[in-house]
Design a binder for this molecule. Structure first.
Ligand code: SF4
Length: 433
């Protein structure tokens, strides 16, 4: 029996891509020694690419070119490429980079496995090789998107919205809980559209409620909610169900009526403001994360200042700002990308400067509070964790000085917040939670 070859799977892009890598890696264990995002030398490399916008595409192409260079130098036997860039530009990539052993799209698991000489094991579908710390995991509840936001290439890459059945999702949740997962981050391209295709109506609230019944799951976090036709029953669930974090990631993208119309978001300024006010009224301590785009075609200084005023007035707890990227194949590609790069950067900086102060002020209000914190890791003399108001990798963290009292990674503690910083909190454990 020849020794097992080593395979390294590299994931670029978003958490949805990460899940695709985890599903692939779960199928490989019999034939390969499986590594994820490793710098170690391997026999085979699979690059799960991102093809969303310019910078991400560049990063993916660089990774492919490095890999084929390593293969040329004999440091790698085989290189395979999957994911969104490969889905979007398969023909061009095949033409231009002939030394790659295979390019695959986003829905080609059987084909990838065949190329790796591995049989698809149906009994393992719904299982993943979890790459996040074992106490939290992402849960993708659907694939693709039926929306037509003018700046977005995702529907071109990931296709139409396709919900997983509730049974399939609950099976996956039970698998994750059996591996020690306590916190689930629900993700999709359009989370709140869940169920429309297979149940004829939005079923996200019922799905979340069923997930909360799975023993072991303690926190459920909602990402990528869509603002138009927002299912308000989710707010009721947030209020009533202690396992549903008072946290909502809801990209709003802009506030100007003209720009929201051009973006085909299906909701204008008034609708957006009414929704934000409704959420804040229904769930007063809900933390809102949103995403905004600056420099969209034709964006005037007045329209940008309208956005600044909106952020100043509604004070989002968490904010991501992106510069508009002119993406071929998207509806907005027909428009002139007429906002200069420096102006885009200047607007991004001004918005993040404002947000830094807002984040600090909101963090200050948490001083003295007792908050439930999950410990993610130990680092530099601190235990580092998060409250229900913080998603991993993108939001604030709680730093607890290592006082010699050992804390367990993946466990919950009640922490008294003592000091606030711009994007982090410092605190002390008062009891186990
Ligand atoms: S909702 Fe809009 S921005 Fe989000 S994936 Fe769909 S088309 Fe893209």
């Amino acid at each position: 029996m020849p020794p097992k070859q080593k395979i390294n799977v590299i994931t670029l892009g978003c958490s949805k891509n990460l899940i695709d890598s985890e599903i692939l890696m779960r199928q490989l264990g019999d034939k390969y020694i499986v590594e994820h995002d490793s710098n170690e030398q391997a026999d085979v490399l699979v690059i799960n690419t991102c093809g969303f916008i310019g910078d991400a595409k560049e990063e993916s192409v660089d990774a492919i070119l490095q890999a084929v260079e390593a293969k040329k130098n004999g440091d790698l036997k085989k290189v395979f490429v999957t994911g969104c860039l490969s889905e979007r530009y398969k023909a061009e990539l095949k033409d231009e980079i002939k030394t790659v052993d295979g390019f695959f799209g986003v829905n080609e698991l059987p084909e990838v496995l065949a190329a790796l000489e591995v049989d698809l094991k149906k009994e393992l579908l719904g299982e993943r090789l979890i790459t996040t710390p074992s106490h939290f995991a992402y849960l993708k509840i659907s694939e693709g998107c039926d929306r037509n936001c003018s700046f977005c290439a995702i529907p071109l890459i990931r296709g139409k919205h396709k919900s997983k059945s509730k049974e399939e999702i609950i099976r996956e949740v039970k698998f994750l809980a059996s591996k020690g997962v306590k916190e689930l981050l629900l993700i999709a391209q359009d989370l709140t559209y869940y169920g429309v295709d297979i149940y004829g109506k939005k079923e996200i609230a019922d799905l979340v409620s069923r997930i909360s019944d799975v023993p072991g799951i303690e926190w459920i976090r909602l990402h990528y909610a869509y603002p138009a036709q927002f299912p308000v029953e989710l707010l009721q669930l947030m209020k009533e169900n202690p396992k549903v974090c008072n946290y909502l990631d809801i990209p709003l993208q802009h506030i100007s009526d003209r720009i929201l119309k051009s973006m085909k978001r299906g909701l204008g300024e008034l609708g957006t403001v009414n929704l934000v006010e409704k959420i804040k009224k229904e769930v007063p301590d809900a933390v809102l994360r949103t995403t905004l785009i600056v420099g969209y075609p034709g964006e005037t200084e007045e329209e940008f200042e309208q956005l600044l005023d909106f952020v100043e007035k509604y004070r989002f707890d968490r904010l991501g700002v992106f510069k508009y990227a002119h993406e071929e194949g998207t509806p907005a590609f027909e428009l002139k990308d007429d906002v200069a790069e420096e102006t885009k950067q200047d607007r991004l900086d001004r918005l993040m400067m404002l947000q830094q102060q807002i984040s600090f002020d909101l963090n200050k209000q948490k001083e003295g509070q007792l908050l439930k914190v999950i410990i993610d890791r130990q680092e530099g003399g601190y235990y580092i964790g998060r409250t229900e108001f913080d998603s991993p990798e993108v939001d604030n963290e709680v730093l607890i000085a290592d006082s010699g009292l050992p804390l367990t990674v993946g466990s919950f503690y009640t922490v008294q917040i003592q000091k606030a910083d711009f994007f982090d909190l410092y605190g002390e454990v008062v009891t186990g939670a």
